[in-house]
Ligand binder design. Structure first.
Ligand code: ATP
Length: 622
């Protein structure tokens, strides 16, 4: 079956159409009239016909019974009527035309041309069932030769009159077929559009349900069907949804984020929106998403942030102490967390400044935002600048295609932790000051400013005040940073915490190394408490790691501890020493690097200092 089907009420027209379309297979011709014609039309559509063509009352009946199918009417042309009249005139009998108003009115001008207008009878019939009546009226008016459509012609002949059939000629059929082909092209275009829209609405991961002005559903995607089927009373949920949508349409507005309870345990976040065309509400569309989907997305976002190291891991629960100085620091930090202001964390290397930064972020209103850690000493200055501020494509040789978002921008809505702020170059200090003052950043190579909403937590083990006096740190930046200050005491000032850390770290390494160390001998603990801990908790952590790996027994003995501490580069001093004396000197660094074959990570561990601290010190060594 072709896409176009011509249901021809007349056999002659059907035969003509077959001749006309020979060699083309886009039109199928079926000869059938009236009820049979409708049946044939139905069968054609069932077999895939997209456009129908018909004529006269058969056309009229198909259009009545199948209003949604594109249907073209073969209209008689002036030639067709003229041909019928010429044939009628040849009989020499009184002529009448019996047909629909369009044909009868069209015939009037032809009668004028032929000069037979005066004597001919005109009968208009508006319903195909009226044609018998029409013929009788024509006969009563004295007509013998009856011109009309196929049904009229045949009926007149059957009544003993002379029936002349107006049959569609080539021109009328040509015109009808051209219109049908054009309609088919439009249909195909519409199919493609519908297909495209259907694919789009089915590819989104939320439900879409649209209705027209009369509340008839015009679109529903598979996700909407799935969500609706979750509600056991499926149709009730749908009714409810449509009622809500109609309310929204009546007001011509939209409602976003409405939580609807569809069924026990099934909550849906719905958005309702009116569809407005030419200032008139012509429908509405609802989008639906299960609440648990949002929760999953939020979880995924957090996981993604965690994967990229953009999430804080420690909170105040992880920072415990029995030392009064430390308890003060914790209380200060908890208090400051509530204010959305810059915090400066001071303390020697390895005291846990970063732990504090994590905890402050998680106790603040920004806890769900990103937490970005930047170690200003670990990254060379020019790289640090592009890392912090980002750059546009082509900003410098080697700039990544598409540019890069800076860490300040990545921290938007959250906190950026600038560790080792004392190591920042003057240029970067100036740029940071601007960020703190203006709350905006410029990417390298870009004129445009990007507003950002971040909280800065800065940390240093340097004496910033002294650096300001020596002109090595900007005074204005120092005063901006030194507002909410937390000072973390060194481990040697809180020896009461050593035992708890030892237990904590033993458990950590047991899990990591699959060992089963149970504890430490009191004399061993005493040794640890006498040690100076220049590398603070980080150093203690490393020492316990080594002891856990080396100890063969369940308990770490005094001699184990002594042996490990003996290998420390600096022996524990008898009493507290000045900060200058505590610092790891250049000779010790060289020795550590020699011992570790130049491995900086291992050298830092051996020295009990952070890797970043080692890099910084190396930078300052000649
Ligand atoms: N509260 C704590 N609980 C457990 N371990 C801790 C704690 N605080 C610090 N540590 C240990 O000490 C190490 C150093 O901590 P952190 O990085 O926070 O110190 P820091 O003061 O920022 O050091 P640096 O100045 O060298 O950057 C951590 O990796 C961890 O092993």
């Amino acid at each position: 079956m072709s896409d176009i089907v011509f249901i021809s009420p007349s056999r002659e027209a059907a035969a003509l159409a077959v001749r006309m379309t020979a060699g083309q297979n886009d039109i199928t011709i079926v000869a059938a009239r009236l009820q049979e014609g409708v049946k044939a039309a139905r069968a054609a559509v069932e077999n895939g016909a997209r456009v129908l063509v018909s004529r006269g009352f058969t056309h009229y009946m198909i259009s009545e019974k199948m209003p949604h199918i594109p249907l073209v009417e073969v209209e008689f042309s002036g030639y067709d009527i003229l041909r019928a009249y010429l044939e009628a005139r040849q009989t020499g009998k009184p002529i009448a035309i019996v047909d629909s108003s369009a044909i009868v009115e069209g015939a009037a001008s032809i009668e004028d041309i032929l000069g037979i207008a005066e004597q001919s009878v005109k009968v208009i019939i508006d319903n195909y069932q009226d044609y018998t009546l029409g013929i009788e009226r024509a006969a009563a008016a004295g007509a013998v030769c009856i011109v009309g459509n196929q049904a009229v012609g045949q009926q007149a002949t059957a009544r003993g009159l002379c029936g002349i059939v107006i049959s569609s000629g080539q021109e009328a059929l040509n015109r009808a077929f051209m219109t049908a082909r054009h309609l088919l092209a439009v249909e195909r275009l519409r199919d493609a559009n519908v297909q495209q829209i259907e694919t789009i609405i089915n590819s989104v991961d939320y439900g879409i349900l649209a209705i027209n002005k009369e509340a008839g559903i015009t679109a529903v995607n598979s996700e909407a069907e799935r969500i609706l089927s979750l509600a056991r009373a499926d149709s009730a949920a749908k009714e409810n949804l449509i009622a809500r949508l109609r309310q929204c349409m009546a007001a011509g507005d939209r409602q976003f984020g409405v939580i609807e309870k569809f069924a026990p345990g099934v909550e849906v976040v719905a958005n309702y929106q009116s569809i407005i065309s030419n200032g008139e509400v012509i429908g509405g569309v609802a989008t639906l998403q299960e609440l648990r989907h949002f929760q999953a997305v939020e979880r995924k976002t957090r996981e993604e942030l965690a994967r990229r190291g953009r999430v804080a891991k420690y909170n105040f629960f992880d920072i415990k102490s029995a030392s009064p100085a430390m308890l003060t620091a914790i209380a200060d930090a908890k208090h400051f967390a509530k204010y959305d202001a810059t915090v400066l964390v001071l303390g020697e290397t390895g005291v846990g400044k970063e732990y504090f930064a994590h905890a402050i972020h998680l106790a603040s209103s920004r806890k769900n935002g990103p937490f970005v850690v930047v170690n200003c000493a670990a990254i060379p200055e020019n790289i640090l600048e592009s890392e912090l501020f980002g750059y546009t494509e082509g900003a410098f040789t080697g700039a990544k295609k598409g540019g890069k978002t800076g860490l300040f921008e990545q921290a938007h809505g959250g906190t950026i932790f600038l560790d080792e702020i004392g190591e920042m170059s003057e240029n970067l200090q100036a740029r940071l000051l601007r960020v703190l003052q203006e709350h905006e950043v410029y990417r390298l190579g870009d004129e445009r400013v990007t507003p950002i909403d971040i909280r800065v937590i800065a940390a240093t083990n340097r004496d910033l005040h002294e650096m300001v006096q020596k002109g090595r740190f900007r005074e204005d930046l120092y005063y901006r940073l030194d507002v909410l200050t937390v000072e973390i005491p060194a481990l040697r000032e809180r020896k009461e915490d050593i035992q708890a850390f030892v237990q904590l770290f033993i458990a950590e390494f047991n899990a990591q190394y699959r060992t089963s160390v149970e504890g430490i001998a009191p004399a061993g603990l005493q040794q640890l408490q006498q040690y100076d801990w220049p590398g603070n908790i980080r150093e203690l952590h490393n020492i316990i790691g080594r002891l856990s790996a080396q100890t063969a027994d369940a308990t770490i003995s005094e001699s184990d501890v002594k042996r490990v501490l003996k290998y420390r580069l600096r022996q524990p001093p008898a009493q507290a020493v000045s900060p200058a004396a505590r610092s790891v000197d250049a000779a010790a660094i060289r020795e550590a690097l020699v011992k570790t074959g130049g491995n900086k990570q291992k050298a830092a561990e051996l020295l009990g200092i952070g890797r970043a601290t080692l890099w910084r010190k190396l930078k300052n060594m000649d």
